[in-house]
Ligand binder design. Structure first.
Ligand code: OAD
Length: 239
């Protein structure tokens, strides 16, 4: 039987959503859809050509709105609600499949496709509708200052104070479906391990930072994650 943990942090990447039909970033037909990263995912690109960048993310919305959570998302939501301990999802994914599955403690460190942030007042607009260079901020009423609430290369990650605290206090750190090449998220395992957490990685294959994990579970996350969650749910808090 698995050990019982009190504070579990689950880092997810594009691989957990692959079986919901969403392409991962580094696969051949990756999520950037044959666009160059420099044209659609950097702050310079947005400053140079905001119309183009808005259009790119607007085009992504229908597919992500339609996507349904798969058994891995559902198992994590069930774990959060039934487990005798804290379970927090820290996701790099801009889709909202964890929320659709029922997870409530979700931190979107790379932003969300269904949000735009006003560069004038800093407040967030939540919408699945198109956002463009004419969109008026519903809070400060200024037009033309909305940016997709996606963390571009060259920007800081979101929610990092909270994530840092979680990494320092968790007793189990789990990574699911991420290639571990994009920092700072790729370094979270190091922090968690340094502060004493057990570390487990779920992936189809060996990743570049796999040596930092105590245990590897290979296979499709729609199968491996529900099995793992079911084992954790059998454990008891003996304290
Ligand atoms: P990647 O595309 O780099 O990696 C996806 C990982 O998921 C790979 O290691 C695959 O082997 C694994 N994988 C694929 N299908 C799987 C399955 N069914 N079960 C388990 N694992 C599977 O995606 P990320 O690591 O999420 O940032 O990419 C990190 C960041 O790169 C993204 O958040 C994005 C990009 O820059 C932003 O958009 C800010």
């Amino acid at each position: 039987m698995s050990k019982h943990y009190n504070n579990i942090v689950v880092l997810t990447g594009a691989g957990i959503s692959a079986e919901s039909g969403l392409a991962t970033f580094r696969s051949s037909n990756g999520l950037w859809n044959n666009h160059r990263v420099e044209d659609v995912a950097t702050i310079d690109a947005f400053e140079r050509n905001p119309e183009y960048v808005h259009a790119f993310y607007n085009d992504m919305k229908p597919e992500l709105l339609k996507a349904k959570p798969n058994p891995a998302h559902l198992a994590l939501a069930e774990l959060e609600h039934k487990y005798d301990g804290k379970v927090t999802v820290v996701t790099q994914n801009v889709d909202t499949l964890h929320e659709k599955a029922g997870s409530e403690k979700v931190l979107h460190i790379h932003g969300q496709i269904n949000q735009a942030v006003c560069l004038n007042c800093g407040r967030v607009l939540e919408t699945w509708d198109d956002v463009d260079t004419q969109t008026v901020c519903p809070h400060c009423k200024i037009a033309g200052m909305m940016k997709p609430n996606i963390v571009f290369f060259g920007e800081s990650l979101l929610c990092m104070d909270e994530v840092e605290k979680l990494l320092r206090t968790c007793d189990l750190f789990v990574s699911i479906g991420t290639s571990g090449v994009v920092y700072p998220a790729a370094g979270f395992v190091q922090t968690a391990k340094y502060f004493g957490a057990d570390t487990i990685e779920f992936n189809l294959e060996t990743t570049s930072n796999n040596y930092l994990f105590d245990k590897h579970i290979f296979g499709k996350s729609s199968q491996t994650v529900p099995e793992f969650a079911a084992e954790l749910l059998k454990t008891k808090n003996e304290a």
